[in-house]
Design a binder for this molecule. Structure first.
Ligand code: ADE
Ligand code: ZN
Length: 331
């Protein structure tokens, strides 16, 4: 089953590129850029990855991202993730990046997006991995700062398919970003938002009604609200669920308590994703394996989850058909 899960073609729709920064690469980039890390070794850093909640993780994640300085750093970060995708037969990706984590440190927007985009272009030409890049706004920052970021993205709209919303959910509800999402959508960008990860089901409803998102990231708190569950199923609104992230950030105490398969069986269009794999102990295959081990996911359920990842991706109709056909061959 593990090798089946690894070789099964799949798409990743919820992945923060900054969250793919493995400790080894963090140390290598720190050295290359003359930055002193507050950890003596890779082991010491890895031992710090023991999070009580989302904010504990975010504090370390933003600190780690400080080693990213040059266009080549962003290329190397992205390329290392592409190699993981290649090894796990992830054939389509829609990664997130957080420009504000970098522009706040005076790294130009252009440096970030050029490095990432060059690696994504190489992924397509060398490995046939298709992609669409999503730019996230940090919800702990202001609406004005989000508008400024959208403005900085204007010369690069060909490199971006959509916008997202991430960082601390508590205290920063969707309503704060209603106007900047409306503006981005008027520019032709698709929209997603983290909602119902640590925050209440109401944040999912508000992401739908105020931000008019095309997908919900996480959304696991939807099961608190039966009416919302029905709506999600009826509207075929996909949720990009991240099992290992949820257990590492204590959204669920144990994988055996995770609700992803319950949602799948209730007709909600859930997908499996890795969120921040360098911090949470696994890429896409490891997330599928965790569902098999913790919840007894069947082969049929794994195939349905992979099918959802293609169906609810933002790929073109032709590309979707091509990817679904590859999966069809497996049953
Ligand atoms: N940024 C990176 N990972 C995140 C997560 N799981 N939730 C919110 N913001 C994030
Ligand atoms: Zn996320």
């Amino acid at each position: 089953m593990d090798s089946f899960l690894n070789s099964m073609p799949k798409a990743e729709l919820h992945l923060h590129l900054e969250g793919t920064l493995e400790p080894e690469l963090m140390f290598a980039l720190a050295e290359r850029n003359g930055i002193e890390l507050p950890y003596a070794s890779v082991d010491e850093l890895s031992r710090a990855y023991n999070f009580g909640n989302l904010q504990d993780f975010l504090d370390l994640y933003y600190q780690g991202a400080e080693v990213l300085q040059t266009e080549q750093d962003f290329y190397d970060l992205t390329w290392a993730y592409i190699e993981r995708c290649k090894a796990q037969n992830v054939i389509h990706i829609e990664p997130f990046f957080d420009p504000q984590t970098h522009t706040e440190r005076s790294i130009p927007f252009a440096t970030v997006i050029r490095g990432i985009s060059r690696a994504l272009a190489d992924a397509e030409s060398k490995y046939g991995i298709s992609s669409g890049l999503i730019m996230c706004f940090l919800r702990h920052l202001s609406e004005l700062e989000a508008f400024n970021t959208l403005h900085q993205a204007e010369p690069y709209l060909d490199n971006i398919i959509g916008i997202g919303l991430d960082s601390s959910e508590q205290g920063h509800p969707p309503a704060k970003f209603e106007r900047v999402f409306a503006k981005a959508r008027s520019m032709g960008l698709l929209a997603v938002a983290h909602a119902g990860e640590e925050g209440p089901a109401q944040n999912i409803i508000d992401a739908l009604d105020l931000l008019h998102v095309d997908r919900i990231d996480h959304g696991v708190r939807a099961t608190d609200d039966a009416e919302l569950m029905q709506r999600l199923a009826q509207e075929k609104m996909a949720l990009t669920v991240c099992p290992l992230s949820n257990t590492r950030l204590r959204v669920f105490d144990d994988m055996s308590q995770h609700n992803i398969l319950q949602m799948l069986e209730q007709g909600v269009k859930v997908t499996v994703n890795s969120d921040d794999p360098a911090y949470f102990g696994g890429y896409l295959t490891e997330n599928f394996i965790a569902l098999e081990q913790g919840l007894g996911m069947t082969r049929g359920q794994a195939l349905e989850l992979a099918r959802n990842s293609f169906e609810y991706s933002f790929a073109s109709p032709n590309r979707k058909a091509e990817m679904l056909a590859l999966l069809g061959k497996l049953g």
